[in-house]
Design a protein around this ligand. Sequence first.
Ligand code: NAP
Length: 298
Amino acid sequence: MADPAAPLFPRIAIIGLGLIGSSLARCFKEQAGLAGEVVAGDRSEAVCARVLELGLAARAETDPARAVAGADLVILAVPIGAYAGLAEAIGPHLKPGAIVTDVGSVKQAAVRDVAPHLPEGVHFVPGHPIAGTEHSGPDAGFASLFKGRWCILTPPPGTDAGAVEAVSELWRRVGSMVEVMEPGHHDRVLAITSHLPHLIAYTIVGTATDLEEHLKAEVIRFSASGFRDFTRIAASDPVMWRDIFLNNREAVLEIIQRFTEDLTALQRAIRWGEADTLEDLFTRTRAIRRGIIDAKQA
Ligand code: NAP
């Protein structure tokens, strides 16, 4: 019989101790029963030193192969563009029966780049916590980040059910609700709920950046009228977002096409003074906000 006092995973290796990786490390530190031991892996020596200073791991390694050796669970928490190289580097060093999971924001690319490098007998359970902030690095993390938030898992067909359950249990214990989804479906849903809004924010803030100096100063001064909220989103990590757009290209391009058509329709309504069109849309969108508040995701 399983020892009820035993941790869910005797050893967890986290690769990438930024916002998400260090938030998970903080959860494992605060909550007994999740990880017997945490090993950190980050290519940056400064991050490794900071992680040890914060007491977030027993060991910190710049070599990912050393970080994952002997780990029961490996969590990839680096930008998507780093996945293929990282998976290739750790593949031969994974313990038989180990579970590999990730937190990346695009799931088809995660399967494409990681799965081919994993040896027989290692289970891959891709995941994506729908939680985050615009801050990066090991000091940005906090243990309550995942509380009350969704975590979407996208295990490829045939994935070991025990491995999916173990990863689900981990997310539930850090406070998340878990949903299992097909990777392509995840990528289409996130293209509209997350990727397009970020692209719009980057565009608006970019447009303001290109304004003449006197206008730019006024934009900052009166930013509370709406612009400010976009600047928060547009302050998100540039490398992470570069990789999201390049790796969810098809779904993002499709949603930009639809968005452009809708924007053109609005442009037309404004030009021709179609008051009802505008009011109808703004009334419908208000209801969406109420739905999000009711679902406690505000
Ligand atoms: P982050 O704060 O920028 O941290 C990423 C860390 O990984 C950095 O320390 C980085 O080091 C390190 N790293 C990069 N490439 C590496 C490699 N090849 N090997 C080892 N370490 C490497 O990033 P984050 O916001 O936590 O995002 C991590 C992942 O979570 C991304 O895939 C992202 O899509 C996903 N995610 C993010 C959010 C969010 O809101 N931020 C939400 C949900 C999911 P350097 O500084 O040297 O590059």
